[in-house]
Design a binder for this molecule. Structure first.
Ligand SMILES: Nc1ncnc2c1ncn2[C@@H]1O[C@H](COP(=O)(O)OP(=O)(O)OP(=O)(O)O)[C@@H](O)[C@H]1O
Ligand SMILES: [Mg+2]
Length: 225
């Protein structure tokens, strides 16, 4: 049996205390195989972002285990977590979250994880390579405010790809874009799944997007079915 690239075992996530406690994830169990394209759907507040955040190691579950490419991200130390995240996970947010004071090129290069053969030339070549993949090479010296939403999201995708992670999480990546621009972003994501065999887990309200997914996780009130 091939080991799933993501395993969520008995995961619970609670926010707040006492009577204000919100159970955002309730005993979630799931497996995602390498190269799968998975859509997560469900009403607002049902826990979609929380699920992505715990799978990506951005938040710890209150209980349960999360295994990402064989590593239990709930057991790993604060110190080692960033490295695991950089190597294994790319994350694309609805709001792009680029750094305003950095150019397109700098936004991508800033997250490049230093490897053993870390030279200035290799670093530059890798950054340019991913900018080319999202067709943004010619905008490399532009700042976020000088780019359209779709262009900013392409830079955000390049940033998610620069360390060559096997998994790409996207939380409503087209939520802030018009439908045509959104389609373009979706094509890039679908291509990464198809041609690079990247595992894609994507939250969306967009029916068109859901069509691309081979597997759909339906969420309601913190429960995945
Ligand atoms: N940091 C937090 N503190 C307290 N409650 C939170 C926090 N983050 C999320 N929640 C609550 O957890 C529940 C799940 O939130 P989550 O953001 O995962 O929903 P969602 O499905 O992504 O919704 P949307 O479609 O609106 O983005 C909600 O009730 C939300 O209010
Ligand atoms: Mg959300």
């Amino acid at each position: 049996m091939v080991q799933p690239i993501i395993q969520v075992q008995g995961a619970n996530k609670e926010f707040g205390k006492g009577k204000n406690t919100v159970a955002a994830l309730k005993d979630v169990n799931l497996e995602i195989q390498r190269g799968e394209f998975v859509a997560v759907v469900g009403p607002s507040g049902c826990g979609k972002s929380t699920l992505l955040h715990v799978m990506a190691g951005l938040e710890q579950p209150t209980s349960g285990r999360i295994l990402v490419d064989g590593v239990d991200v709930t057991l790993i130390s604060e110190r080692d977590l960033p490295k695991v995240r950089m190597q294994k996970i790319g994350f694309v947010f609805q709001a792009f979250l680029l750094i305003e004071d950095l150019t397109a090129y700098e936004n991508v290069e800033a997250v490049l994880w230093p490897s053993v053969d870390y030279t200035k030339e290799k670093q530059e070549a890798r950054t340019l390579e991913v900018l080319r993949e999202v067709d943004m090479l010619e905008r490399r010296d532009h700042f976020p405010r000088q780019m359209s939403g779709g262009e900013q999201q392409r830079i955000a995708i390049a940033r998610a790809l620069v360390n060559g992670p096997p998994i790409l999480f996207c939380d409503e990546p087209t939520g802030n874009l018009d439908s045509k621009t959104g389609e373009n972003i979706l094509k890039i994501i679908a291509q990464l799944n198809k041609e690079k065999n990247m595992t894609v887990v994507l939250v969306t309200h967009n029916e068109e997007l859901v069509k691309f997914a081979k597997k759909i996780l339906h969420m309601k009130d913190g429960v995945v079915r």
